[in-house]
Design a protein around this ligand. Structure first.
Ligand code: CDP
Ligand code: MG
Length: 688
């Protein structure tokens, strides 16, 4: 069962690696606010930020308007300053909370620590944060993302929806929800902050209710939104294009960075790539290149930046560059607007990012590397002009930029599988989902598909209401409902301990070290853990080995396993275990009975069942649901083994549709797991 050519994954599975965001809280102060004491230099820094000039206007607008839209360039101080201004003005007094939502986890933590530092407090005191699986507020209490929103809305007096231009699903849901809630709670203030001038469409969205709910001249706050534009202070950025399209953008990144390093004056470099895999590759190649480059070999500090990066590495990215050195930060689009890096003078833009695409007809959602929009390209270039005039190197042609790049991205809502979104709304008590007022309506087919899946999982009943207890339990687990269902079933099947391990493993992009060059060794290492049943059981072997080694980093190194990922797995598993306990899952182990484990996986993922085509020598499978052609990904332990029936965890599209994380099943389990679902199939009978 060896895989001859293991390719590092080209996609991020859903769940944690989604960069799901969180909330920064500003809670009532117990002691008096300590900002200002012994913070003279921080105070000065704060006053130098562009938003500072608008402090009074912002406070006035928030006081007098239900919704204030603030547009301002990245780095102008929107995220870190505005909530502090509100707090200083007394909005958090009397037990009320100011919240600022972020679409990315990493940004949540970075912002909370920065603000705590500015306020002279510890994170968790007057400023805290909540992200999925982690709650650092002064009320020490776990809150799932869903519960969090629910809980927040009732405690909050001001909610700042940050990075609204990104139009992530969570942002859009929140905007729809808040608009609804504001009708009932006019005292609730919204701030929508955005880095691009898309403010108008947001304004139109919030404007739409005015005539129905408020007449001119009524008392404050005014319901029509206020728009404030914060003038930036960006420097000029010179744009360079490539003359010919590049074929390998990772390679092009490496040579461009080396060129800048050799020829340009000091200043840090920020590179935009797409995800952990190409970033790790670029870091590796650049490190080698820098080592062999005689001229200035010791001058480069090469650092990756992506969601899920260990804390210590994050801190390196944000710490000032030592004199005589040049920092190269290789990032996902997280550094596009969510985070500000000081000292960047050069930007290298690959022109790509990872984006989610969903086809409701085939019901296939994939994260693919796709071209960015002009709006993104401008944002990326803008990062080079923070401290002085800078340069941006675009790894695409000018002709391409002008004629082919789309002006704006499509809201995530319109290109995603909506299963999690629907369950989130249901849990919030929104029954009429089809009539929900979205900033951008999702395609009805996608909505119907999501309702179908949730119905077949037993999460929704005939009236499309959450079932009790399954629906409510699934909604409590902050993971994809298919994973949640798998966890619930493991309780009955007596294998919850194993399934929690699997769920944690599936939350991580990859537990293997991606290694260009050491392919053979990696394959051999994988073979040591490979299980005939498939990848999920292989995960259990890896986990067992890791525990037996005493969680040793040397053991990981020897086995081509990513130590950081394994530490994260342990952490997530522990958190999942706590949730499982809370919702009454029986935490038993099935020891080595892998059949019940596979049954539990099937109970969650029956919709992803595939059958090997009888005549196929090439490993062609068809999905039972939609007769889509799919293949087992070369990274799977079942690659070339090709069992007759499998379920997969996720699909990746490259030249073909590949199934990642695959497990072999018995087809009779499908009927057991989802009689309704498989009765509807008018395909060949399932069991022969
Ligand atoms: O939200 P916006 O992009 O408008 O700006 P911000 O995130 O509030 O950042 C304002 C300033 O705070 C930046 O220019 C940085 O100098 C600083 N900052 C920082 O040093 N470290 C952070 N983690 C965040 C911000
Ligand atoms: Mg910001």
């Amino acid at each position: 069962m060896s895989s001859q050519f293991w390719k590092p994954g080209t996609e991020k599975p859903r769940l944690l690696e989604d960069e799901e965001g969180g909330v920064v809280f500003f809670s009532p102060s117990l002691a008096s606010s300590s900002s200002g004491y012994g913070h003279a230099s921080i105070e000065k820094q704060r006053q130098r930020l562009p938003v500072y000039k608008y402090r009074t206007s912002i406070l006035y607008l928030v006081e007098t308007h239900a919704t204030t839209i603030i547009v301002g360039e990245t780095g102008s101080g929107k995220t870190t300053q505005i909530p502090q201004y509100l707090k200083e003005a007394g909005w958090a007094d009397g037990g009320r909370v100011i919240a600022c939502t972020q679409p990315r986890r990493l940004a949540v933590q970075a912002v909370a620590s920065r603000v705590a530092e500015e306020m002279g407090v510890k994170v968790g005191e007057e400023v805290g944060y909540t992200i999925r699986f982690e709650d650092v507020t002064n009320k020490v209490r776990y809150l799932s993302f869903e519960a969090l929103e629910f809980y927040l809305i009732y405690l909050c007096i001001v909610i700042m929806v940050d990075e609204a231009h990104e139009r992530s699903i969570s942002t859009d849901i929140l905007l729809g929800l808040l608009k609804k809630i504001q009708r009932r709670r006019p005292e609730l203030r919204l701030i929508i902050s955005s880095a691009t001038i898309e403010g108008k469409s947001m304004s139109a969205f919030f404007q739409a209710r005015k005539s129905r709910h408020q007449m001119e001249g009524e008392e404050l706050p005014r319901m029509e939104p206020a728009i404030l534009s914060v003038e930036g202070r960006g420097f000029n950025v010179q744009i360079h294009y490539v003359e010919e399209p590049v074929s390998d953008y990772v390679q092009a990144v490496v040579s461009t960075v080396m060129l800048i390093h050799d020829q340009e004056p000091p200043g840090d470099i920020l590179v935009f790539l797409t995800g952990q895999d190409d970033i790790d590759t670029a870091v590796q190649l650049l490190t080698e290149e820098a080592r062999t480059n005689r001229k200035n070999s010791s001058g480069l500090i090469i650092l990756p930046l992506y969601s899920g990066l260990p804390r210590a590495e994050q801190e390196l990215v944000f710490s000032p560059t030592p004199r005589g050195k040049r920092k190269v930060v290789i990032s996902t689009n997280i550094a596009e607007t969510s985070l500000t890096l000081e000292g960047v003078v050069y930007v290298v833009d690959s022109g790509f990012s990872k984006q989610r695409f969903y086809n409701p007809v085939s019901d296939i959602e994939s994260l693919v590397v796709a071209p960015i929009s002009k709006a993104s390209a401008r944002q990326r270039a803008g990062r080079a002009g923070r401290v002085r005039p800078g340069k941006c190197y675009r790894l695409y042609t000018e002709e391409y930029f002008v004629n082919e790049m789309s002006a704006e991205g499509i809201p995530e809502m319109q290109r995603s599988n909506l299963v999690s979104c629907v369950i989130q709304l249901k849990a919030l008590g929104i029954d009429n989902i089809l009539g929900f007022d979205w900033p951008a309506s999702p395609p009805p087919e996608a909505m119907i598909r999501a309702l179908e899946v949730l119905y077949s999982l037993g999460v929704l009943d005939d009236d499309a209401k959450l079932t009790s207890p399954t629906g409510f339990q699934v909604a409590e687990i902050p993971l994809d409902p298919m994973i949640s269902k798998m966890i619930l079933s493991s309780s009955e099947l007596g294998c919850a301990e194993e399934i929690l391990t699997i769920a944690a493993m599936l939350s991580i992009q990859s537990i293997w070290v991606s290694s260009r060059g050491a392919q053979k060794e990696l394959d051999e290492a994988k073979l040591r853990f490979a299980a005939a049943e498939g990848d999920h059981v292989t995960f259990l072997n890896v986990y067992k080995g890791f525990l037996q080694s005493g969680k040793s980093s040397r053991w990981c190194h020897k086995n081509f396993i990513n130590y950081q990922s394994m530490k994260k797995v342990i952490e997530i598993r522990e958190q999942l275990r706590r949730i499982a306990q809370r919702i009454g899952i029986v935490l038993k182990s099935c020891e080595s009975d892998t059949q019940v484990v596979r049954k539990a996986v099937t109970a969650g993922f029956f919709a992803n069942a595939c059958r090997l085509e009888a005549s196929s020598q090439s490993g062609l499978y068809k999905t039972v649901r939609g007769s889509q052609e799919v293949y087992i990904h070369p990274s799977s332990v079942l690659f070339r083994v090709n069992p007759k029936w499998v379920v997969y965890h996720s699909l990746v599209s490259t030249d073909r549709q590949y199934m990642r994380n695959v497990i072999s099943i018995d087809p009779s389990w499908l009927l057991e797991a989802a009689p309704h679902f498989y009765q509807q199939q008018r395909l060949n009978p399932i069991v022969h």
